[in-house]
Design a protein around this ligand. Structure first.
Ligand code: ADP
Ligand code: MG
Length: 591
């Protein structure tokens, strides 16, 4: 198609292609994953359009993906009956990188040589150019409802061409990607290799994927009288074997023929995993689904699959990824994919509150209107019900992990404890549930312990939950405020995470027990110590008055302390003032 209009690839595209080719040479086969996912996206798009415009599908009602290998021409063709591309789309989608964030992606790739590049590339959606891993020439034939059929072609150099297809509209609608394979990549034409890969990448695609498969079969057939062995039959490589036994005078009655049969073979079951009963899906199926769905190469820490019945009916799967999205507490992450009766609608951030933005999942709702959009979703009364249920299920999933598998929960907690703390403050109705999920070390030597266990271990008469804030266990352990409490057999929780200060500034009780900072006044032992203390206070009043007067420039008040055993004195912060640790934090953040 040398006569076509020539266009230059955007410089970024060139750069990207070089990176793809240099970094993905070990996992070349991912081009197939990228093309299958693009084909599936394109079919999603036309199906979505057809919701509001019934005639959109008429140009080609059969929604499917087909793959054909041609050994003679050394080409691999991936065709879909999706939305197709107009000439304008072709220029924009397959010539530039329109995606925001791609430049950051490029520099992160350049800086981070050890990252899992194939995974990153998938996540950033720059997948099409991966065809040049295996092809030295790529032809894209495409037909969109709003335009004529075009042929795009490139040899991965610096430019590509586009011409109107001289044959007119042969596709009806959709896109055909023809890869002219490099001479050392011909393995992708082998049926077994190809069907293995297609099966792997198509398992969770919601449309049928067919592979044109040629197989050699042998068959015993009776010999008909009039048939001569030399006859060439219609099948390509028919071979006739003489099975006659020379010792027997009888004529042979059968012959063995080998023939090449070719047919479309369905590669996937295309029954979405979330429509199956959770009992019928095993762990490895969920893990494989997650990897394909979230485009993540690592396994999820945990997941939950459920169906809500009753006033609102929907199915959902939620996953906790091993690698958190960067800054998820500060950014809006569109982490929940919405389907309505299996039709993919869009990705939304509003199904879960910001603090649960790290969860990835999907909702398939039976009762939402198909034309629901990001703008109209929030006004839909069912939306609130779905959201509430999802939050409840998300917290239940985390709670189950905490009770069931401490090692995994530690892994979760390292990554997501900040989310729980922010959540406890922002999501008051779920505050107690979130507090129960938190863990700290403590003066009892118990590490990674929670409030529920703490309360169970409280001494007789103890009403408050004691904690101390500070930088590290080493620092708070040595604190004079902890001394007496520990000596008297009380347990003090070590709140050494920066967010604990904010937490206790906002949350003051847990299930009726006040949270008491032991570095602030108000510690109650709940024993007769409290009585004898009053006597001490009177006895030493002249001394405390004297000190208060002399030191009035620096301190508010001087008290006889119940909390010290070995240290003669200590500086406390006032009840409503910031603790020493908080002051340090505030200075560090220059409030
Ligand atoms: P992404 O899929 O993340 O958008 P790709 O590089 O894989 O990135 O594809 C770029 C764009 O090219 C897609 O967004 C889409 O608009 C277009 N495209 C690619 N393949 C097809 C296809 N089979 N049918 C229609 N459009 C396609
Ligand atoms: Mg893609």
């Amino acid at each position: 198609h040398k006569s076509g209009e020539k266009y230059q690839f955007e410089t970024e595209v060139n750069k990207l292609m070089k990176i793809i080719i240099n970094s993905l040479y070990k996992t070349k086969e991912i081009f197939l994953r990228e093309l299958i996912s693009n084909a599936s996206d394109a079919i999603d798009k036309i199906r979505f359009l057809s919701l509001t415009d019934k005639s959109a599908l008429e140009s080609n009602p059969d929604l499917k993906i087909s793959i054909v290998a041609d050994k003679e021409k050394k080409t691999l063709t991936i065709a879909d009956t999706g939305v197709g591309m107009t000439k304008k789309h072709l220029k924009e989608n397959l010539g530039t990188i329109a995606k925001s964030g791609t430049s950051e992606f490029l520099s992160s790739l350049e800086n981070n040589k050890t990252a899992d590049t194939s995974n990153l590339i998938g996540q950033f959606g720059v997948g099409f150019y991966s065809v040049f891993l295996v092809g030295d020439r790529v032809t894209v034939i495409t037909k969109h409802n709003d335009d004529k059929q075009y042929i795009w072609e490139s040899t991965s150099e610096s430019d590509f061409s586009i011409i109107e297809d001289p044959r007119g509209n042969t596709l009806g609608r959709g896109t055909q990607i023809i890869i002219h394979l490099k001479d050392d990549e011909l393995e992708f034409l082998e049926t077994d290799r190809l069907s293995g890969l297609v099966k792997k990448y198509s398992e969770f695609i919601n449309f049928p994927i067919y592979l044109w498969t040629t197989r050699t079969e042998t068959e015993e057939v009776p010999i008909e009288e009039e048939e001569k062995p030399s006859d060439k039959a219609e099948t390509e490589n028919e071979e006739v074997e003489d099975v006659s036994d020379k010792e027997e005078a009888q004529k042979p009655k059968t012959k063995t023929i080998t023939k090449t049969v070719a047919d479309w073979e369905l590669m996937n079951t295309n029954k979405p995993i979330w429509t199956r009963s959770p009992k019928s899906v095993n762990t490895s199926e969920y893990i494989d689904f997650y990897k394909s769905f979230a485009r993540d190469s690592s396994e999820p820490i945990t997941y939950s699959h459920f169906r809500a019945e009753g006033d609102i009916e929907f199915s959902a799967i939620l996953f906790v990824p091993e690698t958190p999205v960067e800054n998820f507490l500060q950014t809006v992450v569109r982490n929940v994919k919405l389907f309505v009766r299996r039709v993919f609608i869009d990705e939304f951030h509003d199904f879960l509150p910001r603090y649960l933005g790290f969860i990835k999942g999907l909702v398939d709702a039976d009762d939402l209107p198909l034309n629901v959009s990001r703008e109209t979703l929030q006004h839909n009364s069912l939306y609130r019900a779905i959201r509430k249920k999802l939050i409840g299920k998300a917290l239940q999933m985390i709670n189950e992990l905490a009770n069931k598998d401490v090692e995994k929960y530690k892994k979760f907690y390292e990554r997501y404890s900040a989310a729980l703390k922010v959540g406890a403050i922002e999501d008051r109705p779920n505050s107690v549930k979130l507090l129960k999920l938190m863990r700290w070390d403590s003066s009892s030597g118990k590490n990674f312990t929670g409030l529920v266990e703490y309360v169970e271990r409280m001494k007789k008469g103890q009403k408050q939950i004691f904690f101390i804030t500070g930088e590290s266990n080493e620092v708070v352990e040595r604190s004079p405020f902890v001394e007496k409490l520990v000596a008297k057999g009380f347990e003090v929780l070590y709140f050494t995470d920066g967010l604990d200060e904010y937490l206790t500034g906002n949350i003051h009780t847990f299930e009726g027990h006040p949270l008491q900072n032991v570095a602030k006044p108000g510690v109650q032992y709940g024993d007769d110590d409290d009585e004898s203390h009053k006597k001490h206070e009177e006895k030493y009043k002249p001394l405390t008055d004297y000190l208060a007067k002399e030191l009035s420039e620096w301190i508010q008040t001087v008290r006889v302390s119940k909390q010290l055993t070995k240290s003669p004195c200590a500086v406390f912060s006032s009840e409503y003032g910031a603790t020493g640790h908080m002051e340090k934090l505030m200075q560090a953040q220059s409030y």
